[in-house]
Design a protein around this ligand. Sequence first.
Ligand code: ADP
Ligand code: MG
Length: 178
Amino acid sequence: MDKKIIRQAMIKQRLEVHEEEYQSYSLKIIESLLTSSFFNMEQPLGIYMPIRQEVDTLHLIHYLLASGSRVALPKVEPDGMHFYYIDHLDQLVLGTFGVMEPQSNHLAEKISTLIVPLVAFNEKKERIGYGKGYYDRYIEKYHPQTIGIAFDFQKQEFAGEIHDQPLDYIITEKRIYE
Ligand SMILES: Nc1ncnc2c1ncn2[C@@H]1O[C@H](COP(=O)(O)OP(=O)(O)O)[C@@H](O)[C@H]1O
Ligand SMILES: [Mg+2]
C-alpha cells in the first residue's frame, strides 16, 4: 500500500484512540522500554515531546530528568533537525508543527539512543513519519541506536523507500519487534 494513504489513515486512527487506552498503552510501552535490555539511561538520550496522540513520553522525560539522565529534544532548524539537552521541561517553547521544542542551545552532538515517534511501521521496522524525512536524515548521518515506540495497530504493510532508515527496535503495548 501507498505510504501516503497509510500515513493519512494512521494519523486519523491514532487520534481516535480513547483517552484511557491511550494512557494505559503508553504506560505499558514506557515500562517495557525501561525494563528492556537495550535501553541504557546512563547514555545520552534523544526523545520527543508527543503531538497528535503519539505515545505519551511526558512522564518518561520527567523520570529521566529526575534520575539525572542526559536528555535531548529535537528542534527543526533550516539545515535539518538537531537535538538539544534540557534540564527541565520548562525549557521548552512552542516551535515548528506545533511541537514543544527546547530553548536550550546546548547541542547534543552524540546521542547514543534515540526514541523515535512514528505514524506507521512495517515488518522490516521501516517507519512512516509525517512525510518530511527529518528522522531518516538524522539517523543516516549519526547512526544512533533507534527505538521506535508505537501502538500495535500502527504495524502496516508497505514498501519502504531506499532512504527510509529501518529502526533497531519497535516497542508496542503488545510486544517488542527486534
Ligand atoms: N536520507 C535522506 N537524504 C535525502 N533526502 C531524504 C532522506 N530521507 C528522506 N529524504 C527526503 O524526505 C522526503 C520525505 O521522506 P519520507 O520518507 O516520505 O518521510 P517520512 O520518513 O517523514 O515519512 C522524501 O521525499 C525524501 O526525498
Ligand atoms: Mg521515511
